[in-house]
Design a protein around this ligand. Sequence first.
Ligand code: ADP
Ligand code: ZN
Ligand code: MG
Length: 650
Amino acid sequence: MAPVSPKKPKGKKPAVPKQVRGWRRLLGGGGPSFFGNLITTVLIFLLLMSVYSLAASFMQPANDVPLSVVAADVAAGKIETITVNGDSLDLTYADKSVKTSRKDPSAGLPETLATYGVTPAELAKVSITIQGQSGFQFWFLTLAPIIIPILFFVFLFWFLSRQVKGAGMQAFTFGQSKARVIDPADISQRVTFKDVAGAREAKEELLEIVDFLKSPKKFLDIGARIPKGIILMGAPGTGKTLLARAVAGEASVPFFSISGSEFVEMFVGVGASRVRDLFQLAKKAAPAIIFVDEIDAVGRVRGTGVGGGNDEREQTLNQILVEMDGFEPTEKVVVMAATNRPDVLDPALLRPGRFDRRVTIDLPDRRDREEILKVHAVKKPLGPDVNLAVVAERTPGFSGAELNSLMNEGAILAARESRKEVTQYDLIRSIEKVMLGPERKSHLLSKKEKEVTSYHEAGHALVSSVLPNADPVHKISIISRGRAAGYTLKLPFEDRKMQSKKQFLDDIAATLGGYVAEEMLFDDVTTGPSNDLAVITAIAREMVTRYGMSEKLGPIAFGDRQLGNEPYSEEVASHIDAEVSRIIDEAKARAEKVIGEHRGALDAIAKELIEKETIERTEFEKILIANGITPKKRDEEGIDIIPSTPGGVA
Ligand code: ADP
Ligand code: ZN
Ligand code: MG
């Protein structure tokens, strides 16, 4: 039930370091544990035993007759033939029925029958065939009870010793770098700047690095010092990893990559030795690139106790710094790193001589989005009606990764309907799927829920349309998607690189519109707006603590208390809380005023929603006009849509 502008949260990863997980890891080196294997082995053994005994019971002939009966039947002349096989007897009766029996293995058949009182004359009437037990059968049956347990124990010992050896081997290789290497000769894996659409500034900056890696001599001869460390900063999915690979691809040098999060789950000391090995490998392969992805996982501000004061993390970070400091000026290795949390990085990482070059990758603007869509449209046959410019216009705030999955979803839709081409409609439908998750048609609302949801969304849409600085509404729906029960899609005015205080305030009021509508109409509030409330609280707090938008506290940026930078007093903290509440209270009053003054419009929108479930922009604007509200004009051509809220709020 959130008003959704196509903008994303700035990907604040919790990045809580995973601790080494107890003794299992110690014994098994991450694999299944020793005891686990022992139990498995014993279970397998028991299973084999029961299968064997079951099979043996099946082999027991079903119509076994006692020897005394056999003797009586022979005497009575009922039996025609007896086939002796070891100590088992197959009997064929005169009436052609077949039965089996067993005799004492130590005595022959005639003797046995004689003891039961069969006379030789009676026995002569029966044809007796002795079928010798085959040598194999004999030996198998005699030796199996001895050999099988021996084999079992041999197997058990082999199995366990292999495990122990495996663990030992693993401990041995622990220190060695587990970096993935992309060989420049491997054309199939090669990525170049052509594969990275948009990001012009970033590519330009990195071109210098490519030049250096291609012909380091030129730079070194003239005494130029090339940056050792480049840090790529940008929201998740903006193509940081892709860009780093493209640098290696352009320069045709090996690309060693490792992720910061991998270091965190290791033994103490392992991370540091891995870093050492990685740098050694790269120096041997120089010119080369070392890429540390998600460096914030190891490079957080040290000594604050955030993330459990993980020693391993600090040692790994220290080792990275030591290695970078130890580079000779002639070293032809460039270290690249990526993060989406530059704000939490340890300042030591950013000092000159370390990651002193910073390249920021922004979310793509409209033109870049179109370029990215084109890159991912390669190999996807597009229908004649496809207009990627329109798709780009409708996807403000989408990252490269999201545009990639949008194209892919479109192709999936076409394939599912057995079409050979992707149409514009496929792509448009995919936008919302990528943004909000798949439609949940099965999520049926009761009549009451439908009414509440409709009024809630109508509240967002109405307040958004009336307040001058809120974004115009693009679509309203009460069809559940992902976690949202309904949604109001707002497309921000484009060309907006900054957000003003007035825009923030109207945004908060529009986001409260759902809550206010529910409260005014039903005199009750549901759990629906909980996300809305979390969002506005975050915006209001940022306004006060980051953007200096509170008159009371003035133009001061307060640090993040949890990170321990620039802490402030309890008194200031309570002022901040008071300001946040005031901003929200005032926004709520404005939302109430709008809804109070335009009850007719609210009812009309809600009624239409209950009936049609989804209202597109043109229909929506008709309702507004009918109720005396002038829809906001927006220029369709030549404008960039960008996420309207720094910090990103949905
Ligand atoms: P990040 O490392 O910033 O989280 P990635 O580099 O892993 O993002 O990007 C994920 C995917 O998104 C890429 O593999 C690529 O398919 C797509 N992508 C992202 N940015 C771009 C771009 N500028 N041009 C083309 N594709 C992109
Ligand atoms: Zn809502
Ligand atoms: Mg990445």
